[in-house]
Ligand binder design. Structure first.
Ligand SMILES: Cc1cc2nc3c(=O)[nH]c(=O)nc-3n(C[C@H](O)[C@H](O)[C@H](O)COP(=O)(O)OP(=O)(O)OC[C@H]3O[C@@H](n4cnc5c(N)ncnc54)[C@H](O)[C@@H]3O)c2cc1C
Length: 399
């Protein structure tokens, strides 16, 4: 029987890993199935652009995987049973169960409300395509009304900064406020913070610093200092969290629900499971957890691929790099910042700002899409056959 690899999630991490595995492992011995809730590859890194009104064309996963031999199952994963090696899925036909020999868990993340009342009911977000399109419709209706409108972006992390500046640039008729719990862009270097302030001034983004939002209502937000701010659209960018599926399955997870793995991205509790991307609690080469990011999706994906190929084919399991080198932040379409970070993940004094940084960011986004949409490009066609244990089983050989 073929070794069944099931990949859960076809975002940056899962789609990339599945594509490369299909090129590296012989179809004579392996069968790769990708399960994803939606038929498209979603460029999450551009969802703030989509909300602002730019075109972000979805790419069909069926096209991404064409010619790879990968089976695509469009369904929502509802549970994983790592003891019985079964994944339960739901789809329009009712769903069913998928059996696996090796599981790649790459279900990504979604917006976290941190228990703040009203976020789920009243706030918009840019964490996925449907929510970004809902925000876009709301902003379109405000623009059509022509009476202005106030947009509050809550959280000055990278997504909040990108969202506030993008919306302000694309929709100058609206007044955009970026709400920061501390100093604006506190995690950036002094130079980059100054650059951010100048960009906000130019784009007429108001920065409301040292302010936390305690509740979101339909037409206002309530702040920790007792203020109520009127809002026509509140955009929640105050963090991301992972799906509860991993924790519910009995896999060992960290406090935040990410799957705890060894250096090769293999679950420490269930060796047939690998986790990658936002869903993994991976310790980087600097001894700190890898941040949720597209870069981490690539690094953790690459390590997991090497591990599974090595183990299944009886080869070596090399340690690949697990690093995080910089934050790339767009400030609208014509400005940006590339903030280098040190081994501790802190901002280095050095940053690149302006048009050049904006072009680099566009290049990185295009490169990420290209790598995901053409996962096998440039890889040798030679496929590795699976190693077998003396009793003929692949699992024992790989253990
Ligand atoms: C607006 C925005 C801007 C960003 N900008 C940057 C940036 O500049 N640089 C950077 O490094 N990172 C950025 N990020 C973060 C980056 O997008 C994520 O870290 C990255 O998408 C993680 O990849 P992933 O494959 O783990 O998860 P995802 O890309 O989220 O993919 C997860 C996949 O799993 C599927 N899925 C989820 N749940 C289920 C289920 N139950 N059943 C079936 N399928 C399911 C989803 O449909 C999706 O296809 C940004 C994020 C946002 C929202």
């Amino acid at each position: 029987m073929k070794h069944r690899i099931v990949v859960l999630g076809a975002g940056y991490a899962g789609a990339y890993a599945a594509g490369i595995l299909s090129r590296r492992l012989s179809p004579a011995g392996t069968e790769i199935t990708v399960v994803n809730a939606v038929p498209d590859f979603v460029e999450r890194m551009r969802m703030h652009q989509l909300a602002a009104g730019h075109q972000v064309e979805p790419r069909k996963l069926a096209d991404v995987f064409a010619g790879t031999g990968i089976r695509l199952r469009l369904a929502r994963v509802t549970a994983v049973d790592p003891e019985r090696r079964i994944v339960t899925v739901a789809d329009a036909d009712g769903g069913g169960e998928l059996r696996y020999d090796t599981l790649f868990y790459a279900l990504g993340s979604h917006v976290a409300d941190h228990g703040v009342p009203g976020v789920a009911e009243h706030a918009f977000d840019v964490a996925g395509r449907p929510s970004a399109l809902r925000l876009r419709e709301r902003l379109d209706s405000l623009d059509r009304a022509g009476t202005g409108g106030s947009v509050l972006v809550v959280g000055d992390g990278l997504t909040g900064i990108e969202t506030a500046t993008e919306l302000a640039e694309a929709r100058p008729g609206l007044s955009v406020t970026l709400i920061a719990p501390g100093e604006l862009g506190a995690r950036l270097s002094t130079g980059a913070r100054g650059h951010l302030r100048r960009a906000c001034d130019r784009l007429r983004v108001t920065a409301l610093e040292h302010t936390s939002v305690e509740a979101v209502e339909a037409t206002r937000v309530l702040c920790d200092d007792g203020r109520a701010l009127a809002s026509d659209a509140t955009v929640w960018t105050a963090g991301f969290e992972v799906s509860p599926i991993a924790a519910a399955s009995g896999l060992e997870v960290a406090e935040n629900g990410q799957i705890v793995v060894d250096r090769t991205m293999r679950s420490v509790s269930h060796p047939n499971v690998y986790a990658i991307g936002d869903a993994v609690h991976a310790i980087g080469d600097n001894g700190r957890p890898m941040p949720m990011s597209c870069g981490s999706a690539g690094y953790t994906g690459r390590q997991a691929i090497e591990a599974i190929v090595g183990r299944l084919t009886g080869g070596k399991v090399p340690h690949t790099k697990l690093v995080y080198l910089f934050n790339h932040i767009s400030l609208g379409r014509r400005d940006g910042m590339l903030q280098m970070v040190d081994d501790e993940g802190r901002a280095k004094p050095r940053y690149v700002g302006g048009w050049k940084a904006a072009r680099i960011k566009v290049g990185i986004i295009k490169g990420s899409l290209w790598a995901t949409a053409h996962p096998t490009l440039g890889l040798p066609k030679r496929k590795h056959r699976l190693a077998t244990a003396p009793d003929g089983s692949v699992e024992k050989a790989a253990a």
